[in-house]
Design a protein around this ligand. Structure first.
Ligand SMILES: Cc1cc2nc3c(=O)[nH]c(=O)nc-3n(C[C@H](O)[C@H](O)[C@H](O)COP(=O)(O)O)c2cc1C
Length: 336
């Protein structure tokens, strides 16, 4: 017996794939998705994912061990493809027998998918276009996350609703596809499940859960914000392509514009090449997010948040958030 029979039936392929009770992933959020939030999500029946971000292999090793001490349920690890020690990080996942690895931040480099599958873990990937999604699934990826521009953090240009219409009819029957970006209520989960998604991934909705270690000032900024406050960064220089980041407007948003000008100047002067320029931009974000999440500097730090931030109004335990969105999904499906 399940409390949410209609939703659970539509999530069945997703829960079988993840090994969790509900096919609700908490997307990895750098600095936020550490052992406490990840374990809380998995203990509540969802699927937590550790954000490795810029961690060294030693730090990831500790974080996985710390998470295992807090939960016996399955959880995943999110690795950024451009991390210089990617293969060492994969080795750490192998050492711990991690069951699911999410590769984010770009096309997985040669051999990475194979290295993960070699120790029996499942690989989840992101793909910005349908053609690339098909290619990645053909070449060994086990599941796909499609993430629209409503999401918090690094984003692509296309909205979740359009991606869902493009990808799900083509891929959902044969492949495991999770939908992310802008999901704040269960009604939306029901809709994507009915379109063939196996489950969903949420970030913003979980960032301020009671179990999240984010600074109280970071959480307060989320509770106060409306959807329109979560804006995408703008690219200042056409020669310096930067992946847009969605975050709450603050002084840090403006500082990012200045940072881009500074890096573009270094590029002009031949002091850095394009790869180094882009790495500097990414380091800037990691540092700025840390300032907001850990230090609570909500003026100068980066308050990465999706548009669903308007639906986050108070601190709640993860289990309550999951119960609420599952009940909303169930009610929506029962009304059909
Ligand atoms: C504060 C914050 C940090 C994030 N950091 C990462 C990250 O390190 N790696 C990643 O793949 N996605 C990251 N994301 C994206 C989330 O994993 C998730 O896909 C996204 O939040 C889903 O959209 P939503 O915010 O509309 O729920 C981040 C999102 C937020 C809000």
């Amino acid at each position: 017996m399940t409390d949410y029979p209609l939703t659970s039936a539509l999530m069945a392929r997703g829960t079988a794939f993840l090994g969790s009770e509900y096919a609700i992933l908490c997307g990895a959020m750098s600095w936020v998705s550490e052992r406490h939030l990840v374990a809380a999500i998995s203990n509540a029946g969802g699927f937590g994912v550790i954000a490795c971000g810029a961690m060294t292999p030693e730090l990831l090793d500790k974080e996985i061990a710390g998470t295992k001490a807090l939960t016996g349920k399955p959880f995943g690890v999110n690795l950024i493809t451009m991390h210089p020690a990617l293969f060492d990080l994969i080795g750490v996942c192998e050492k711990h027998g991690i069951s699911h690895v999410v590769l984010a931040g770009g096309i997985p480099p040669k051999g990475s998918v194979e290295a993960i599958k070699a120790f029996g873990a499942k690989v989840l990937v992101f793909a910005p276009t349908l053609a690339l999604a098909k290619k990645l699934l053909r070449s060994g990826a086990d599941a796909l996350v499609i993430e629209g521009s409503e999401a918090g953090g690094h984003i692509g240009p296309v909205s979740t609703s359009v991606l869902a219409q493009e990808f799900l009819p083509e891929l959902a029957a044969e492949h495991i596809v999770f939908v992310a970006g802008g999901i704040g209520r269960g009604d939306m989960i029901a809709a994507y499940l009915e379109m063939g998604a196996c489950g969903v991934q949420l970030g913003t909705r979980f960032a301020c859960a009671s179990e999240s270690i984010a600074h109280p000032a970071f959480k307060k900024a989320f509770f106060r914000a409306n959807a329109r406050d979560a804006v995408a960064s703008v690219q200042v220089d056409p020669r310096l392509p930067v992946i847009p980041v969605r975050a709450l407007k603050n002084k840090g948003t403006e500082e990012f514009t200045a940072k881009q000008r500074e890096v573009a100047q270094l590029l002009d002067d031949g002091q850095v090449d394009m790869g180094e320029a882009q790495l500097q931009i990414e380091h800037y974000w990691a540092g700025a997010l840390r300032r907001a999440v850990i230090d609570g500097d909500v003026e100068n730090g980066s308050l990465m948040a999706g548009q669903s931030v308007g639906m986050v109004s108070q601190e709640e335990p993860v289990a309550d958030i999951i119960a609420q969105i599952m009940a909303e999904s169930e009610a929506a499906l029962a009304r059909r």
